[in-house]
Design a protein around this ligand. Sequence first.
Ligand code: IMP
Length: 451
Amino acid sequence: MHAPSGVSERIALGRCNAVVGLQWGDEGKGKYVDLLAGSHDAVVRYNGGANAGHSVVVGGERFSLHLVPSGILSPGRLSVIANGVVVDPETLIAELDGLRGRGVDTSGLVLSDRAHLVMPYHKVEDALREELLRTMRQGGPEEGRLTEIGTTRRGIGPAYADKVLRTAAIRTGDLLRPEVLRERLELACWAKSAMLAPLGDPGSPTRFDAKELAAKASSWGSRLAPMMRDTTCLLHSLLAQGRRVLFEGANGTLLDVDHGTYPFVTASSTGVGGIGPGAGIPPRALETVIGVVKAYSTRVGGGPMPTELHDPRAQYIRERGREYGTTTGRPRRVGWLDLVAVRYACMINGVSMLAVTLLDVLAGLDELEVCTHHEIDGERTDRFIPDATDLARARPVYARLPGFKADLGGVRQLSDLPAEARRYLDLVQEATQVRVGLVSVGPGREQTIVA
Ligand code: IMP
């Protein structure tokens, strides 16, 4: 596995950089993080948990990562899971074992001693809440009404909720403090059993035993202890030494708990705003923000998506783009590129450069549509509304562009792209007023154009 062809050297990067998704996740961030990792000393996850699914193809081999930063595939770098991530210890250990089994050196993994844990009861709680919401809407879904969120059921929301509720939350460092751990587990198991038992079907695991969990937790602790550190201190000392750090946002800006399509969002701050609380790095340290935008839109789970397609073109794009969830396998909802949403996400993140992905997927369509405005209650606007109830009323206003036929997989220069594909990229730049610096035309590291 070798470093790619000097992409980092050809784009202007600072010492402290971030890659974030500008849509509803699955933008292809993993590929760019992997490409840029080789020229950074550390790659850092600061939000989310095993709900994320980053696919990276190296040497024709596909790796699906959920908790481990994509930087793990670049030997000699630190891969940091910072305090803002919610860590499912079983998933993390299984992921590390899987990587080692495929010959990947995982010795660079560093885990914050203050990251909160996703416990088995969090996953049960997530699933039961979703079931409850699903049954509440029986009788027919109505646009804008409360339905299940369509979570990944990885326990992300309940783990963050317990973090904010404080008393029964467990952090990675607690795995190494048996007294603290026992006390917290007793409280958590009592509270979760009392709360969840009335919701569960007979036979589903809604009673939790503190002793049983303590035994499991102690084995997680022994495995994870050598990786645990104060990651805030580590990152500050790297930056003070002039080393380069890359922050890898998980999920996507439109799923941000504050700035996304609430309540159909995830439970963390997915944009660069999450780096402060999630890794202890002050906002002013950040120099370059690379915003990753897929050439069309996808969304998994519920919530409004103004440009969603319900015709054969959706299936065409879904199959060509392999648009099935990395974490859950669910078919993703597919639609045209929504520049109202992307422009908003650029603003929220202070994006310095756009990195477009999956442009090759659009080849073969006669006409391409791009949403330039929303129309709400008969009024045209270029303002994105980060609220599910109001956004459900938005209708897309499209610009229509001619499609392109050629297979883009072998293109390495912007000038070799068909004129129609270049026009498409120009429109993205015009609408966002942000330069397109990178274009991906296939999953391989080499299938990347530096614009
Ligand atoms: P949760 O993060 O599992 O609570 O799910 C909340 C919403 O975010 C659901 O609609 C999920 O499908 C979506 N989601 C969470 N993580 C990702 C991701 O990495 N890619 C795409 N969608 C995600």
